[in-house]
Design a protein around this ligand. Sequence first.
Ligand code: ARG
Ligand code: ZN
Length: 879
Amino acid sequence: MRTNQPQTIYLSEYRVPAYLVDNVDLRFELFEDGARVHSTLAIRRNPESDAGAAPLELDGDSLVLESVALNGEVLADDAFEDRGDRLIVNSVPEQFKLSVVTWIEPQNNTRLEGLYKSSGMFCTQCEAEGFRCITFFPDRPDVMARFRTRVEADKTAYPVLLSNGNPVESGDLDNDRHFVTWEDPFPKPCYLFALVAGDLVEKRDTFTTCSGRDIDLRMYVEPRNADKCAHAMDSLKRSMRWDEDVYGREYDLDIFMIVAVDDFNMGAMENKGLNIFNSSCVLASKETATDVAFQRIEAIVAHEYFHNWSGNRVTCRDWFQLSLKEGFTVLRDAQFSADMGSDTVKRIEDATLMRTAQFAEDAGPMSHPVRPSSYIEISNFYTLTIYEKGAEVVRMIRTLLGEDLFRKGSDLYFERHDGQAVTTDDFVKAMEDASGRDLSQFRLWYEQAGTPVLDVADEFDAERGVYRLTVRQSIPDTPGQTDKQPQHTPFALGLLDEHGKALPLRLSANEQDAPVERVLELTDESHVFEFHGLAQKPTPSLLRHFSAPVRVHYPWTREQLLFLMSHDPDGFNRWDAGQRLAVDVIQSLVGEPKDTPLDSRLVTAYRHLVTDSSLDQALVAKMLQLPSEAYLIELAREADVPAIHAARERVLKHLAIALRDDLVACYRRNASGEDYAVTPEQVARRSLRNTALAWLLVINDEEGRELALRQYREADNMTDRMGALRALVNSDYESDREQVLDDFYQRFQTDPQVVEQWLSVQASSPVAGQLPKVRALLEHEAFDWRNPNKVRSVIGAFAGQNLPGFHAVDGSGYDFLAEQVCRLDDINPQIAARLVTPLTRWKKFAPAYRSQMKSALEQVRDKSGLSKDVYEVVHKSLA
Ligand code: ARG
Ligand code: ZN
């Protein structure tokens, strides 16, 4: 067990830095057995600090210190102190140059923080606190410096040498070595530093900015991936144009580079001028990537590009402000994706993620506000709350202000804070100043954790023709927070008459030209809204577009939901009604006998979706997805996963049997004729087709089986091939399953991104992903403990998506996860801490499961030498 308790960092203890760094001069000597880093920092006392002539303290992690010099004079051993995680220089002048030489071993760096090696190339990941693994430095985002970086390496093994900014010098050195020097003119925090050295091919393009400047666009990938760059490059150009058009943001440097690396802890990183991507989030060809992957790549390329303004030009003062850049940037990439495809579909995807995963996080032991007030390990706070809820919070500001004032606010924010490291409060202030609106109560969204609940009740006064809506807001207690204040919440709604016509929303008896949709503003614990001039009790369409990240409780009848499902003029709420109906039906079957009759109206509603091709097919494709097991678990009080799984399967099978012929017709109607393209129409078509296939195989339909086998063989793109593979893998056709899995591996074994999909389609399947099979995948030649994507594809997919497998009643799934987390903790603590998440939700489950999950967590807690990453998650979960 751990003896010393890791330290908690508090926002309230924030102090401005005692010293500032104006310039950083770096020289990297890269070798096979390590790297020597020469750093010279131009440092001065911070006039805004009251620390006076305090000792200089620099952060460090896993560094071997070789020498320290002050203004060129090598310091004697007693003039500084190397505490491992800190270098302290006792007396320093007001302004000076500090030169430090450190030795590091990138080839042994399995944490993938700082400088490390990934399939033969050197690369970096510095956010949040990786730069301290490279050299001693004040590793905090409010220290911003100009970087000059010289990279030296063997010329044959590492012909490409990259860093931030522009290349200013290059040349040959002795021993077949060479160097390139890069200079970044924009001061930046060290978390945005990047370096890459490798044998990479270069793909080039150009973008002409709104002011007529030509930007050199470059992608660097391993030679075998040369034909997988086009989609990312196109996405980049679309992002650059969109940010000019919608936010007035022009790119600033002359070069923009993207590098793909196979071993990466997260999706991608916005290093200034040199974005580094997880290969799986940037490389695509139609043969190897699904539609979902294409769309994710477009969104991530945009996200990282947008960070150049929302993150780099204006950055975070401290890591408590992480959502300042992430929340805003996620909103920006969501707007972009909506503009590139379908607004409604994108909103459905985002609301699903929020309601399934973020609400669960917000209700769990790691629940934290969008602006947390303490943490042990900041890597644990790259969460759905910071990213997705943070984006919802900025979206609500946009809804409250309206498009134009929001843009004014964003312009003011960028202008006022360009080159600064600021807080979420500065962001809100800019929005207030530009709009004249008071957002003081709104700020609670940043400070209070937990998902607000809106309890809605209604009554109709037939005599007066008044429909009265009562909305009560409450926010559940979360760790460390009770008795919360109501939050300022935009509540969008409409009212429908019995034919589905949108009714004018008259808030007073004589209001003229009332709109048919309104955004009501909730500020108090309880509000009563009266709508006048109505002949009959209307059907309410509540929280349209998911106008706030809240739960809505309203006693919908199934008639109302069926009605909204086919009549709501708002596409998002039509989908929402369908989900609520399906949830209601499934929930009513949980734990009930197998012959409990099923509401026949569900079949009628779904038949309408499957057969009526005049409906928006992209929306239909979404509406046909039954609520996931994860969502049903989130909604349950004490989840019994096998029972939930069985109830959901029953509904699925019932629908598939009843709609069997319609599904075959739907499959045939959506056969793809034209060349593959990721357009909303084609994506919807492939999705419908693959859903039909999956449903047919759930009921062991012979024709479905033949269609799947043929589709698998004849597919010219991965969406179709994977759709068929997944359907077969989840079916009872065991020999077909084994055969296509083998074939798939034979075909694609040299492509790591495809092998990841092959691993996860098995591990996530309740049919193919039995625990012994999953254990066998860990022994497979394709598995690699040091590669996060492979780890996620097997262990993450099993625990996060194969819910019946993970929640096996004997607790074997829990023990398995605990065992793997312990093993991974010694290799890559960041990944281990993420992987343990499913166990942390133990309180959510029925007693028999709960106690076994808890003891698995205790197993992890008691591992010796536990990292602080896993320590924080496990201790908070057991508290
Ligand atoms: N800032 C990056 C992004 O959102 C993610 C940070 C990666 N962090 C990490 N510890 N690997 O685009
Ligand atoms: Zn980001």
